[in-house]
Design a protein around this ligand. Structure first.
Ligand SMILES: Nc1ncnc2c1ncn2[C@@H]1O[C@H](COP(=O)(O)OP(=O)(O)OP(=O)(O)O)[C@@H](O)[C@H]1O
Length: 228
């Protein structure tokens, strides 16, 4: 299995019924992301970027096409999404525009929770969560509630949470849209570091041209397709 792309999208398509017509949100998108690769997904509003992440992240079923993870076909038009829950939890980490941390849990508890949901014993989860926060330069914030953290710190906790189960794939949807340019750069550098040092495949949807130098590759969407 080694050498297979971490993520392979093949002819990925998603149509939505809209009034009398059909919206072709995604229209036959194929591309691979290898281990250790940081890919930027750009394109105008409505071009299908978020839809792609929802399909690649096994959160929605494609109308046609397939999603392969590590050389294994996991999603296709007939798939039952409920049956993919365990695969999603083990193999994919998500980061969204807002950190969406649980407000009454500290930073470390937010990270540990995602491990406990995956059946890690609470003391081990807490230990691992602390190590992750240390690795992301957040050890000194471990016991703070989200409201006491800056936007950039919250987003780094969200990245720690996405990394907690050691997924081979991270999917991020506009993770820096709510941040100023310095903090946005810091979060993008974090993705760069994760890809390089852990060999994680990372796809980041963004409108922000300031971090293009960090990407290994840029994919541009237009009208639900990859722009040639
Ligand atoms: N659940 C849905 N039902 C109907 N149409 C949808 C649905 N989700 C997305 N669409 C449509 O599909 C198209 C692609 O949307 P998508 O959110 O993937 O674009 P995007 O590139 O992520 O845009 P943005 O940069 O604004 O987030 C749009 O025309 C959108 O209105």
């Amino acid at each position: 299995m080694s050498g297979a792309p971490v993520l392979s999208a093949r002819g990925l398509t998603r149509h939505y019924a809209s009034g009398a017509g059909v919206v072709r949100a995604l229209d036959g998108v194929s591309f691979d992301i290898a281990a250790g690769e940081l890919v930027g997904i750009f394109g105008p509003s409505g071009s299908g970027k978020s839809t792609f992440l929802m399909l690649a992240g096994l959160l929605e079923r494609p109308s046609a096409g397939e999603v392969w993870l590590g050389g294994q076909r996991v999603s296709h038009a007939g798939v039952h999404l409920d049956g993919l829950r365990a695969t999603r939890r083990r193999r994919i980490g998500f980061v969204f525009q807002r950190a969406n941390l649980i407000p009454f849990l500290s930073a470390i508890e937010n990270v540990a929770l995602s491990l406990e949901i995956a059946d890690v014993a609470p003391p081990d989860a807490r230990h691992h969560a602390r190590r992750l926060l240390e690795a992301l330069d957040l050890a000194h914030r471990a016991d703070s509630l989200p409201a006491r953290l800056s936007g950039g710190e919250q987003q780094r906790v969200a990245v720690a949470r996405a990394l907690a189960n050691g997924p081979p794939l991270i999917l991020a949807d506009e993770p820096t849209a709510a941040l100023d340019s310095a903090r946005s750069r810091q979060v993008m550098q974090l993705f760069r570091r994760i890809a390089t040092t852990r060999g994680t495949a990372v796809a980041v949807v963004t409108h922000d041209p300031r971090s293009v130098d960090l990407f290994d590759r840029i994919v541009e969407f237009e009208d639900g397709r990859i722009k040639k």
